[in-house]
Design a protein around this ligand. Sequence first.
Ligand code: AQP
Length: 330
Amino acid sequence: MTSKVLVSGAQPSGELHLGNYLGALRNWTEMQANYDSLFFIVDQHAITIRQNPAELRRRTLTCAAQYIACGLDPQKCSIFIQSHVIGHAELAWVLGCMTPLGQLQRMTQFKDKQQKSENVDAGLLFYPVLMAADILLYNTELVPVGEDQKQHLELARDLAIRFNSTYSETFNVPEPYILKSGGRIMSLQTPTAKMSKSDSNALGTLYLFEEPESLQKKFRSAVTDSETEIRSAVNKPGISNLLAILSAATGKSIEALEKDYAGSSYSVFKNSVAEAVIEMLRPLRKRYTELMDDKTYLQTILQQGAENAQKRAYKMLSKVYRKTGFLERM
Ligand code: AQP
């Protein structure tokens, strides 16, 4: 194993979906053996949008099972829950005191989510600072990032540089790990918007562990266009998205798939995409069911993960507090 530290996480703000898998989790499983990897469930981020407490607790545990079912191996990486480690929120506060307000107000994801929500709390604006803390707390060198997270990683880099130049060298300046596959998976109903856990139209999101029949139904009702040709093009976002999904599920290039399906109807094509995705997810479903029947195992994994992370977090937080000028605790 190289000594490079890699961290990433997903929010338990809903069940994990195909975009989370193809854009993040599947890549994490390939990286876990090659890096000092920490994967956490970012429940503190999830409450930037109001959550039902019982649901949040339930989803946090199912999310842990889903991480492992997707291939994360607790022998190769640490899996833990963000709120189980003291340090994330504390470091975020210190970093927040060095973050220009304007930089947070310019974040694209903040602007998007602000438009969708009726009430916007300060946590939503502060979210990227907490994400910077998640990264810097472990002296992270690599962060796998999708397109939507690039701006947030930039802030983490800025804050590491700012803290280092203000108080002396403390943090590594994290680098983006550009993911080679997955891209951005779009909603099946609004193919110009990304697939999302919190989409108000459930038909747009393919949850990883929903029933195959339900997945099939969602593919059948996927929005396409008034043409008949199966090809990837800017003016055909629905078909382009389905081609990207099929390519990710089968490993075939988009060009090869366009040839394979030349002359096929949209309904035949949609059916093939559904079958490929259901097949890809079949072993994951089996493992998930087994894991959900063994909650003691899940809790043990989360406890071990948190203990490992806590030691590291405590070391960094103590260093940051000392440099900031906080009197050492007796
Ligand atoms: N549609 C997507 N395509 C590709 N990758 C995606 N990711 C999320 N959606 C897509 C990647 O999944 C990882 C974990 O995401 P997250 O849980 O931190 O939050 P998110 O990006 O805000 O995901 P959602 O599903 O859109 O959640 P809500 O609806 O709650 O905001 C990240 O690496 C992300 O890039």
